[in-house]
Design a protein around this ligand. Structure first.
Ligand SMILES: [Zn+2]
Length: 182
């Protein structure tokens, strides 16, 4: 598709009505936008016009984070948020990946992949991160034993809790507590 005078005007005026007509891509940034995007106006000679986001992606461009021209990404972000919320509410339960995905009404394959894409970590990594974070607060309180804390944040065995803790802090929970108190 061509960058007609009309389309160039649509880009300049952030014309929402043109969003169904085309997306525009910018060579210097390799990013593409909806006409309505209020990002900085590119140089005209760097602009390419595509019928839709599929075409822009096929040509190697990435969607703009500001105007979200695929819509798809937003959906993925909402999924990821939903998974995070579920984990925040249920980290203390004995959760498996299957169960998390079931509870969030998505397939394991689909949710694992999109979560990784959006957050750059796996669902289980995120679960452990939250558990360890919660356990740090309890360790700092200095009331419960390490065994009880491990169980309280969702680890069935103390050894599992210690193993995961070490992956994050390179020391055991007990060492962490001692260091904190010394
Ligand atoms: Zn944009």
């Amino acid at each position: 598709m061509y960058l007609t005078e009309k389309r160039w005007q649509d880009i300049q005026t952030n014309n929402k009505l043109a969003n169904d007509d085309f997306v525009y891509a910018v060579k210097t940034t390799m990013i593409f936008c909806k006409p309505s995007c209020n990002a900085k106006l590119p140089n005209k000679e760097n602009v390419s016009i595509y019928r839709d986001y599929h075409e822009a992606i096929e040509n190697g461009y990435r969607p703009c984070k500001k105007c979200n021209p695929t819509g798809q990404l937003l959906e993925d972000e909402e999924w990821a948020l939903q998974i995070k919320n579920f984990i925040h509410r249920n980290y203390h339960l004995n959760l498996t990946l299957d169960e998390i995905c079931n509870q969030c009404h998505g397939s394991k394959f689909h949710l694992s992949r999109l979560f990784k894409q959006v957050t750059h970590q796996t669902i289980m990594q995120y679960l452990h991160e939250i558990r360890i974070e919660k356990s740090i607060a309890l360790l700092n309180e200095n009331i419960m034993t390490v065994e009880d804390i491990g169980r309280k944040v969702g680890y069935k065995t103390t050894s599992h809790y210690i193993k995961v803790f070490k992956q994050f802090y390179f020391m055991t929970p007990l060492q962490y507590r001692k260091r904190k108190n010394s």
